[in-house]
Design a protein around this ligand. Structure first.
Ligand SMILES: C[S@@+](CC[C@H](N)C(=O)[O-])C[C@H]1O[C@@H](n2cnc3c(N)ncnc32)[C@H](O)[C@@H]1O
Length: 258
C-alpha cells in the first residue's frame, strides 16, 4: 500500500504511543544481544529505547516510509543506529537476529500466519521476537470511521480502502508460535489514555488508521467526511468537565523465544 506517513501528526501523542513499547521492552529478557532490529521503527522513538538498553548491540531500524526514517535520523541523538528503508513484507536480516522488536507496526502487514513464522525463522536459537499491535478495531474509533465512510457520497471511493484488521485473537498467535518457539508469552492490555484538546480521538486516528481514507478522498470531500466522522466520535468519546477525553485502547503483546 503506498502510504504517506506524517511524523508530526503521529507524534502529537508521542507519550501514550510510546507507553506500550516500554511495557513490551520490560518483558524482553535478553542479556547482551549482538543484533537488534526495530521493525516498522517509524520516527525511531522505540529504536532509541533499544539502543539505550543495549548500547553494545548493533541496532537497526527498518521502515518503508522515507518521511518517518528522515525524522528518525534527525532525532537520533547520538545513538549509533542504522536506518534501513524496506518493506517488511519481503525483508529479512542479513544474519540471524538476537532481538526482533516491533511496536504498533505489524498490523499494517497481512497474512500473520505466514509473517510470524518467517520472523521467528530470522532469529538465532535463543533469540526473541517481541511484538505489540493494536487490537482495537471493534472500538468506536474504528467503527465510526467505517460508518462515516459508508454514510456519504464518498462511499464508493472509501469502501475499497476500509481494511479489515489482520490482527487475530491471542490464541491464534499461540497456535502459530508454540510449535516454533521454546517459550511464548502473550497478553493484552487496555490502556485508558487521557487526552487533551478538541476531539482528540480524531487527531489520534488522523496519525494512523484514518490516513488511507483521507488519501483516497478528493480534496473537496475531506472536510465533509471529517465532519461526519468527528460528530460520531465526539458522541462516543465525550469531553469530560475537566476538559480531558478518555480513550480506551486495547493492545496485544507477544514475546516468543526461539
Ligand atoms: C504506527 S507507526 C509505529 C512507529 C514506531 N514503531 C513507534 O512505536 O513509534 C507504524 C510504522 O510502520 C511502518 N510500516 C507500515 N507498514 C510497513 C511495511 N510493510 N514495511 C515497513 N514498515 C511499515 C510505517 O511506515 C510506520 O512508520
Amino acid at each position: 500500500m503506498a502510504e504517506t506517513w506524517d511524523p508530526s501528526q503521529y507524534l502529537k501523542f508521542a507519550a501514550p504511543r510510546l507507553r506500550p513499547a516500554l511495557d513490551l521492552l520490560s518483558r524482553v529478557d535478553s542479556e547482551a544481544p549482538a543484533a537488534v532490529y526495530d521493525l516498522g521503527c517509524g520516527a525511531g522513538a522505540a529504536t532509541r529505547l533499544l539502543a539505550a538498553r543495549w548500547p553494545a548491540a548493533a541496532v537497526t531500524g527498518v521502515d518503508s516510509s522515507p518521511a518517518m526514517l528522515s525524522r528518525a535520523r534527525r532525532e537520533e541523538g547520538g545513538a549509533a543506529i542504522t536506518w534501513v528503508e524496506s518493506d517488511l513484507a519481503g525483508w529479512a536480516p542479513s544474519d540471524a537476529a538476537d532481538v526482533l522488536f516491533s511496536n504498533a507496526a505489524l498490523h499494517w502487514l497481512e497474512d500473520h500466519d505466514q509473517l510470524f513464522p518467517r520472523l521467528v525463522g530470522c532469529l538465532r536459537a535463543g533469540g526473541v521476537l517481541a511484538v505489540q499491535m493494536p487490537r482495537n478495531h471493534e472500538a468506536p474509533s474504528h467503527a465510526c470511521m467505517a460508518e462515516a465512510a459508508r454514510a456519504g457520497p464518498w462511499r464508493a471511493r472509501l469502501e475499497p480502502v476500509l481494511r479489515p484488521s489482520p490482527v487475530e485473537a491471542p490464541d491464534a498467535y499461540h497456535e502459530i508460535l508454540a510449535p516454533l518457539a521454546a517459550a511464548v508469552d502473550i497478553w493484552e492490555t487496555e490502556y485508558t489514555h487521557v487526552l487533551d484538546g478538541d476531539n482528540p480521538v480524531l487527531e489520534w486516528t488522523k496519525g494512523t488508521a484514518l490516513r488511507p481514507l483521507l488519501e483516497a478522498l478528493e480534496v473537496g470531500e475531506r472536510e465533509r467526511f471529517l465532519a461526519e466522522y468527528a460528530a460520531r466520535l465526539s458522541d462516543a468519546y465525550p469531553r469530560r468537565p475537566d476538559g480531558t477525553t478518555l480513550f480506551p485502547f486495547r493492545r496485544l503483546f507477544i514475546v516468543a523465544r526461539r
